[in-house]
Write a protein that binds this ligand. Sequence first.
Ligand code: ASP
Ligand code: MG
Length: 416
Amino acid sequence: MARLVMKFGGTSVADIDRIRNVARHVKREVAAGHEVAVVVSAMAGTTNRLVDWCREAASLHDAREYDVVVASGEQVSAGLLAITLESMGINARSWQGWQLPIRTSDAHGAARILEVNGAELVKRFKERGEVAVIAGFQGVHPETNRITTLGRGGSDTSAVAVAAAVNADRCDIYTDVDGVYTTDPRVVAKARRLDKIAYEEMLELASLGAKVLQVRSVELGMVHNVRIFVRSSFDEPDSIDPHAAPPGTLICGEEEIVEQQVVTGIAFSKDEAQISIRRVADKPGVAAAIFGPLADASINVDMIVQNVSPDGATTDLTFTVPAADYERATSVLNGAKGKIGFERLDGATDVAKVSVIGVGMRSHAGVAAKAFKALAEHRINIRAITTSEIKFSLLIDANYTELAVRTLHSLYNLDK
Ligand code: ASP
Ligand code: MG
């Protein structure tokens, strides 16, 4: 017997037929003797509609009331799934965030989970064999006693938090892909599904655009050591053997991965823009003068490279921002030109960032050097390079993205 959290996203609960399908997935696990808590998102399209309604009502609105409105989507799907399970003879009860409770900060619209009380759920697993159906995405702020939501895509984080609270053996994320791939299969036909990936690697992949899971759910999983399993919700519920290992990707601690590859995956993003500040004074306080105003404007800066000045007087500084923020970023910088002091700004929006990720890089030398050589052979120019312990990122011309990703994918033996 195992204790499982099963999470289903919006497309999996898009209508009553699909909710029935979800119920059959749940039934299979219950019949196999497992204790089950289910976490659901709102029915597909619902949250978007609720968000639009808030905007339509007033473009500037109180975030507390926004949360009241958008949290309602999950209330509906949780209730509907509980009804469906009951109708199939499965003992089930729905739970809203405030009922457990799932305690959060008061950052309405982007609240952080502080604590989840799983005691009542565990008691009911034991005493009544009851399935808990939990509304994802929502919680409550204990001091004000008001409903909060966790930010878009937040029910992944709800699921992992519940799994930590009830000490689940696994948190299954049922989604419209059957796992995490070495890279985007639409770009590289030979992309392979990974059996396992370490939390840290997944964090890099997720934040770099492999849009499988909300990044915070992986952070939370890493902190609480929750084994997160990404699997398909399209598989026929009754054809799955609940005792066999299903296809999917397990996100887990490094120690659980026996045959660690040096490189696990290649991520890329074309939504990048490059900004270079030429001949900026080489003295203390300049980086603060540049990045302070960008932070104040809520512009996320990613790769930052600064050269060592040849003459001790001026240097160049290059960094990337999301392409959508490019105009805003350049106008913020031009506005602060007097304070910063530089000769000119250069920029480009037709750039892409390609990142190579793998915890194995910690113990292997020369991993990046191989990439430089391979890209040079294809005459792909590298504009900027950044590295961390388990990844390196290259900024290149956007036109070469696919070629670079394919080249690196086969270079590191990721092709199937
Ligand atoms: N329904 C919410 C959203 O669309 C939460 C989720 O689906 O994870 O963002
Ligand atoms: Mg999602």
